[in-house]
Design a protein around this ligand. Structure first.
Ligand code: NAP
Length: 324
């Protein structure tokens, strides 16, 4: 039986991945940070998923867990996933999303060296490694030139994945563009928008405060991106793969689509700009070229932008109506 070890199992992607792996008959182990979280995850994750307490930055603990679980597949999804948070906490971001990822590669490499059994690793890289990209759309050959603490931490882990690959470890990376689902916390702009659209529709009024609404992003459906991760990890050759839809929308378009879906007609009347929410540096547009993932992995996104926004709004409408 295949055994998988998932860091970040309590996050959006980790939750979706754990369910998909368990449904495939894989023995799933995951890393969680606290006993409270462990108890909470037990109600969310499929029965049989084994949770282990530990901090990703605790290299000894990560090494000990990898040695005892002896996974065939490791998915390193844990990390600081918010660019906004990374500006407030650049050191923690570097430690968790940069250095600790290398601890995971080291643990996998050392298990492989000692047992002679191949260990495959998937590193969740990010479009933020491209910063203000020198080409549009971006692909695997685009210059890595981050402009945020989050992007810099992810860039370090991404480049170290390549270095461990050269050393004989099967480390694949997925360079993920923004991907969403109802599991996104409301601290992220997409879920903040869909939760506000549902609230405004339900209460018949209210406002939504946002930073720049002109920013353009390439948004996809999280389960599709998790599917790309397993395809990348299991491909014969470990490599880097951009995972994106190739279609961009502005934050304003996201708001308009969400409000329309919720039944709010005059959406602009409900949106106010908060300069405090504008980031120190932000790429005006990110758009990915996933041709390599299409051709090599047979991967394609299955959910359109309108469907994605609609699914998130429906979920938030069910919450405000007390039927979720
Ligand atoms: P998420 O929902 O924020 O999940 C992050 C996970 O990391 C959580 O389980 C969190 O645990 C865990 N974590 C954070 N710090 C940790 C630490 N010190 N030790 C152990 N665990 C720790 O993120 P996501 O959206 O699922 O994203 C998964 C990965 O893909 C992340 O690495 C993210 O950077 C990357 N990515 C995501 C996107 C996207 O659009 N979603 C785009 C590009 C790249 P707690 O629950 O305890 O906080």
């Amino acid at each position: 039986m295949t055994t998988a070890f998932v860091t970040g199992i309590s996050g959006q992607d980790g939750t979706i991945l754990a369910a998909a792996l368990a449904a495939d008959g894989i023995e799933v182990h995951g890393l969680v940070r606290s006993a409270d979280e462990e108890a909470q995850q037990r109600t969310v994750l499929p029965a049989g998923v084994v949770l282990h307490l530990g901090e990703l930055t605790d290299r000894a603990r990560v090494g000990e867990l990898v040695d005892s679980v002896r996974p065939d597949e490791i998915y390193n999804l844990a990390g600081i996933s918010s660019v906004a948070y990374s500006w407030e906490h650049p050191t923690v971001t570097g430690e968790v999303s940069g250095l600790a990822a290398v601890g995971v590669f080291e643990a996998a490499w050392s298990l492989q060296e000692r047992t002679g059994r191949a260990v495959r690793v998937l590193q969740a890289s990010s479009a933020e490694i491209f910063g203000r990209p020198d080409r549009t759309p971006q692909d695997e050959g685009t210059t890595v030139r981050p402009i945020s603490p989050y992007g810099a931490a992810k860039a370090y882990a991404h480049q170290m994945a390549g270095i461990f690959r050269g050393r004989g470890l099967h480390v694949a990376t997925t360079i993920l563009y923004n991907h969403e689902s109802p599991l996104r916390p409301t601290t992220f702009v997409t879920r903040k928008i869909t939760a506000a659209a549902a609230r405004i529709a339900h209460e018949g009024g209210g406002t939504l405060s946002l930073g720049s609404t002109a920013v353009r992003r390439d948004w996809g459906w999280a389960p599709d991106y998790v599917d790309a991760m397993t395809r990348a990890l299991r491909h014969t050759t470990a490599d880097d793969f951009v995972v994106a839809t190739g279609v961009t929308h502005t934050v304003a378009e996201f708001v308009e689509t969400a409000m329309r879906h919720a039944g709010v007609a005059d959406w602009e009347a409900h949106v106010e700009t908060d300069e405090g929410l504008v980031r120190p540096a932000d790429a005006a547009e990110q758009i990915g070229d996933a041709t390599k993932a299409h051709e090599v992995l047979g991967w394609r996104p299955t959910v359109t932008f309108d469907e994605l926004v609609g699914r998130m709004v429906d979920h938030d409408l069910a919450i405000v109506r007390g039927v979720a």
